[in-house]
Design a protein around this ligand. Structure first.
Ligand SMILES: Cc1cc2nc3c(=O)[nH]c(=O)nc-3n(C[C@H](O)[C@H](O)[C@H](O)COP(=O)(O)O)c2cc1C
Length: 257
């Protein structure tokens, strides 16, 4: 049985445990102030000791209806044409960025994409192959500070090649960058129990669509891979797969003219 299936089963068992804990307040008198503190806690993954690279957001204008109708999956990437850091920044911020913070507590924040309970289970990582101003390597998006955290500098040609399982997907080798979405289901299981599983996939889908629309707005090609190598990528990201699993992979790049 693949590690992914085993990991998913472990998640389900863990979620069952969390469901039992969650049921307790329903038979007790709930102190609503305390309950909202328990259910409403937002968790942020950060690597404070790693180099932080602020995103460079650039204003790009376009009509929403045009962007929606022109969006197409694109698989013809120009291997040697680098993505601009501003284009990558717009795509990351436009799919996962924070748009509103509470005045007295900047940790309580709302984002571009809606999330069940505002508990935000999805994390975003970049595999940078050919991006101006970014060395080849793996980066984590620090949502709170709107920065990329430099996790590992490494040969990412190899990673993008191995990340997909089928030869039809060899265009991944030409992508300027890959985006990996992961999920931390326990963030939502504390409130929603087993519904955390459909929620994390639904939210990754919404973020994937926001990536596609922002890529289109910035005239960047983008394609998702259903058949990606989840175990391989989890190892490359050094994930503790009892807590966090890889759930989608997207390639982006300048398209061949
Ligand atoms: C979850 C998901 C998985 C996908 N997997 C692949 C894939 O493995 N290979 C591929 O070439 N395209 C993949 N795609 C892109 C679809 O083939 C594409 O969206 C579909 O053909 C519709 O075309 P359009 O996006 O240009 O409208 C995937 C899309 C989604 C949403």
């Amino acid at each position: 049985m693949s590690n992914l299936v085993l990991d998913s089963m472990k998640h389900i068992l863990r979620l069952h445990d969390l469901c039992r804990i969650e049921r307790q307040p329903q038979v007790m008198e709930i102190d609503h102030a305390k309950a909202s503190e328990y259910f409403g806690r937002m968790y942020y993954k950060t690597f404070p000791r790693f180099k932080q690279i602020p995103l460079a957001i650039e204003k790009v204008c376009g009509e929403l209806q045009d962007v929606q109708t022109q969006r197409r999956a694109s698989r013809n990437f120009d291997h040697n044409n680098a993505l601009r850091f501003e284009e990558l920044s717009n795509i990351i911020y436009g799919s996962c960025g924070i748009t509103q913070r509470e005045d007295d507590n900047p940790f309580i924040a709302k984002r571009i994409i809606e999330s069940g309970g505002a508990l935000y289970p999805i994390e975003l990582y970049i595999v940078a192959r050919n991006v101006e101003k970014l060395e080849q390597g793996i980066y984590h998006y620090n949502t709170l500070d709107n920065t990329l955290e430099e996790m590992f500098l490494c040969d990412t040609d190899q990673i993008l090649t191995n990340a997909v399982q089928h030869e039809d997907m060899s265009f991944f080798q030409d992508a300027g960058a890959g985006i990996i979405l992961t999920a931390v289901p326990c963030r939502q299981a504390s409130k929603y129990g087993l519904m955390a599983i459909p929620f994390m996939y639904k939210e990754a889908g919404a973020i994937g669509h926001a990536i596609a629309l922002n890529a289109q707005l910035n005239m960047i090609g983008k394609c998702e891979s259903g058949g990606f190598n989840a175990d391989y990528l989890a190892k490359k990201l050094d994930l503790d797969t009892s807590e966090e699993i890889t759930i989608s992979l997207h390639a982006m790049g300048k398209t061949l003219q």
